[in-house]
Design a protein around this ligand. Structure first.
Ligand SMILES: NC(=O)C1=CN([C@@H]2O[C@H](COP(=O)(O)OP(=O)(O)OC[C@H]3O[C@@H](n4cnc5c(N)ncnc54)[C@H](OP(=O)(O)O)[C@@H]3O)[C@@H](O)[C@H]2O)C=CC1
Ligand SMILES: CC(=O)N[C@@H](CCC(=O)OP(=O)(O)O)C(=O)O
Length: 344
């Protein structure tokens, strides 16, 4: 089996390389770069193993015929251009960017301020949230890997939304991310001097993950109203915590809610539900494919607080992409993803 990683030099790409370099049954991993082809990967990343990897030039025509699976770990606007050509051969494509997630091209352009992918590709693209879309992923030619914030938020909300228990008109999500979520290039906002000993809210009411979350929530409950979704930058490298507030349409005890979450996720290897009174922190899932969820009910306000944590580079990007690859290949969903979270 031959694998390709486009954007291999970025944070998501490097993480994909780490996971795939010990994945069973891969004959070759091809790493592509739009700016550094010909260079040795090891020259850029001294932590990778001794085998020589030369960064290759992008050749979509050749790649579509030669490769079995192509991961696109590229900025918004790249996959929309590359994917039509990449889909012409035998290759299956797993896109980590936001380009193929939104079904409505106008919505994409409004939020990403870029031209959307062509309609035929958007129609083919399957939203790769394995816990909720397994069958469609298994037969997909192209997968839109979910965004990091949507992954945590949707896994946290799914049980109460699917059961029509949460008021779909009053959902509030307060999310925080480590800085690696912004990719490898530092900007004035992500610069060390501006992030250490600092905490900031960003993209208030304008975050590009808002339409992605709403699109999926509407599938679960068509009455869903626009959500309130706030993102914050935390001075740490990895991790996302989504703290979600919902109001119940029917009364439930905390024990009933926790039982519901346990039941819904009992056969999902990467979602772990906490006992009452126990809440996950980002360290609990560091460098792993887990999403840990804790919840509580405030009897004074009737609100449920749901806390979901993931590693943004793993379940939020690279390891979720490998989970999707497992489904596409018909492998066990956990193949290559048995990492215990790193601690401390
Ligand atoms: N970081 C995260 O936590 C998450 C990121 N994502 C999404 O995944 C994608 C990758 O993110 P991340 O790895 O953080 O980003 P990075 O900025 O770290 O890396 C992106 C890579 O894309 C390559 N690239 C840039 N322009 C082009 C182009 N025109 N054609 C081909 N390759 C190009 C660059 O490599 P080179 O110059 O060598 O070509 C670069 O290293 C993004 O869309 C991001 O939004 C999704 C979930 C979480
Ligand atoms: C910390 C940080 O800046 N995170 C990024 C995550 C970007 C991302 O993953 O973008 P797509 O899912 O749209 O590809 C952000 O909030 O925009």
């Amino acid at each position: 089996m031959e694998i390709g990683i486009v954007g291999a030099t970025g944070y998501g790409g490097v993480e994909l390389f780490r996971l795939l370099s010990s994945y069973p049954g891969i004959d070759s991993i091809n790493l592509y770069s739009s700016t550094q082809s010909g260079e040795f990967f090891q020259e850029l990343y001294s932590h990778v193993n001794n085998e020589q990897y030369t960064l290759q030039d992008l050749n979509p025509d050749k790649m579509s015929k030669q490769l079995d699976i192509i991961f696109l770990a590229t900025p918004a606007g790249v996959s929309s251009e590359l994917t039509p050509k990449l889909l012409e051969g035998k290759a299956k494509v797993i896109d980590l960017s936001g380009d193929l997630r939104l079904k409505d091209s106008r919505t994409y352009t409004n939020w990403y301020k870029k031209e959307a992918a062509i309609q035929s590709v958007l129609e083919k693209a399957v939203y790769g949230l394995p816990e909720w879309n397994k069958e469609a992923i298994q037969s997909a030619k192209v997968i839109a890997n979910p965004g990091c914030f949507p992954t945590a938020t949707l896994l946290g909300l799914a049980p109460v939304m699917n059961e029509q228990l949460a008021d779909p008109k009053r959902i509030i999500i307060d999310a925080k991310s480590g800085i690696s979520g912004a990719g490898k290039n530092a900007s004035p906002v992500t610069h060390f001097a501006n992030t250490q000993e600092n905490f900031r809210i960003y993209k208030v009411n304008q975050h590009q993950h808002i339409p992605e979350i709403e699109q999926q929530l509407k599938i679960w409950n068509s009455e869903t109203n626009p959500i309130t979704f706030s993102t914050h930058l935390v001075p740490m490298t990895r991790g996302i915590m989504a703290t979600i507030y919902v109001e119940l349409l029917e009364s439930r005890s905390l024990e009933e809610l926790i039982k519901l979450y346990q039941k819904v996720y009992e056969n999902q290897p990467f979602v772990r539900i906490r006992k009452a009174g126990d809440f996950p922190c980002t360290r609990d899932v560091y460098a792993s494919n887990y999403c840990d969820i804790g919840l509580t009910l405030d009897e004074r306000t009737g609100r449920v607080t749901i806390v979901a944590v993931i590693d943004n580079l793993m379940k939020g990007a690279a390891s979720q992409a490998v989970q999707n690859m497992n489904l596409v290949l018909g492998n066990d969903e956990s193949t290559g993803l048995h990492q215990v979270p790193v601690y401390p």
